[in-house]
Design a protein around this ligand. Structure first.
Ligand SMILES: Nc1ncnc2c1ncn2[C@@H]1O[C@H](COP(=O)(O)OP(=O)(O)OP(=O)(O)O)[C@@H](O)[C@H]1O
Ligand SMILES: [Mg+2]
Length: 335
């Protein structure tokens, strides 16, 4: 891990909320009041179990949930100090802001070869390049993501490649934009552990060489441990903890963060289930009262069942819990 240069954040998300539009402004929120910052050259990992709202958050940063008529989006986004509206996001997408989607097959066009899709990504960022230069860049991008028979891959259509290959092509396509911020949604889940390590190394190298910032979405705290400068933990559509990795790993405040740590998959690469916390992330339409995590939390009290804890602390060390770990609680005074 290389220490990032801190200063004005590259991106700040302020109270992002995404609701099902058919419920107007009172219905279930898929994500609610999500705030965090990403510094230039910083790798922030967004971590949480399936259904916690990671992809909805990532897609919102790209301005994609706002294009979905079934969703209502509110909150603020700033990029390099500039307030971003829909037009601003459209201008940055595929250039300063690029995303690797969770489902690589659904974001590659089945009708076009990988070569023509990479050409389009390069064109968007660099305009017209001479064919020889374009080809050289594409082969270099593919080599960067561990594809060494690039000539064949450029001629292939997506269905001729494995899921893992498609995922690498998607990463290459996002990197073609030379983004200032790469949003990568579970970019390594379909890949075996060796390739996963290669991709994480590549991301880390690009951050060091180009000062590229990264929002890496993962359900795996082990991945975050390897690469993150900061971890943002989501549960049930909310940020429950935002901390430096050292604090998240050795001094977590939220019991959910501690629970995630206990299910880091073993080094064999076997995928572990969350065995230490019983139950599942609630559906947004049937979120429990009070703290959403209370039905699964060994520390829950009556207050947790009725009152929703607001986040306390500052960006970079913030948590939302009535009974934070490692913090002495004031004595309850009755009467
Ligand atoms: N377009 C949509 N319409 C309705 N509900 C949605 C939509 N997109 C996501 N959801 C719901 O929002 C919640 C959060 O979904 P999201 O995809 O962000 O989870 P995630 O943390 O990325 O999970 P995973 O680890 O499985 O990818 C889920 O309950 C999901 O079913
Ligand atoms: Mg997801």
């Amino acid at each position: 891990m290389t220490a990032p240069v801190r200063g004005e954040p590259l991106l700040s998300a302020e109270r992002l909320t995404v609701r099902l539009a058919r419920h107007a402004h009172s219905g279930p929120a898929l994500v609610e009041d999500v705030s965090f910052e990403i510094g230039r050259g910083e790798i922030v990992c967004l971590v949480g179990e399936s259904g916690s709202g990671k992809s909805v958050t990532a897609r919102t940063l790209m301005g994609l949930t706002a294009q979905d008529r079934s969703l209502a989006v509110s909150g603020g986004l700033r990029f390099a100090g500039e307030v971003l509206d829909a037009a601003g996001l459209a201008r940055l997408r595929g250039r300063e802001l690029a995303m690797v989607f969770q489902e690589p097959m659904s974001s590659l066009d089945p009708l076009f070869t990988i070569g023509s899709q990479l050409t389009e990504s390069l064109r968007r960022r660099h305009g017209g390049l001479r064919p020889a230069e374009r080809r050289e860049r594409m082969l270099r991008l593919l080599a960067d993501v561990g594809i060494h028979d690039g000539e064949r891959v450029l001629r292939s259509h997506p269905h001729e490649l494995s899921g893992g290959m498609c995922q690498r092509v998607m990463i290459a396509s996002a990197l073609a934009a030379e983004p200032e911020l790469l949003i990568a949604d579970e970019p390594t889940t379909a890949l075996d552990v060796t390739v996963q390590a290669q991709i994480l190394e590549l991301i880390d190298r690009l951050r060091t060489e180009r000062g590229m910032a990264v929002l890496l979405v993962t359900h795996d705290m082990g991945v975050a441990a390897e690469i993150a400068d900061r971890v943002v933990i989501m549960y049930s559509g909310r940020v429950v903890e935002d901390a430096a990795p050292r604090d998240a790993f050795f001094d977590a405040r939220h019991p959910y963060t501690r629970g995630l740590l206990e299910c880091i998959p073993p080094l064999t690469g076997e995928r572990g289930r969350l065995t230490t916390i019983p139950g599942m992330v609630p559906d947004p339409a049937s979120r429990p009262s009070g703290c959403s995590f209370h039905p699964r939390c060994a520390l829950a009290t009556d207050r947790c069942r009725t009152d929703d804890p607001a986040p306390v602390g500052e960006p970079g060390r913030r948590y939302a819990c009535w009974h934070p770990l490692g913090v002495r609680e004031p004595m309850e005074v009755n009467g």
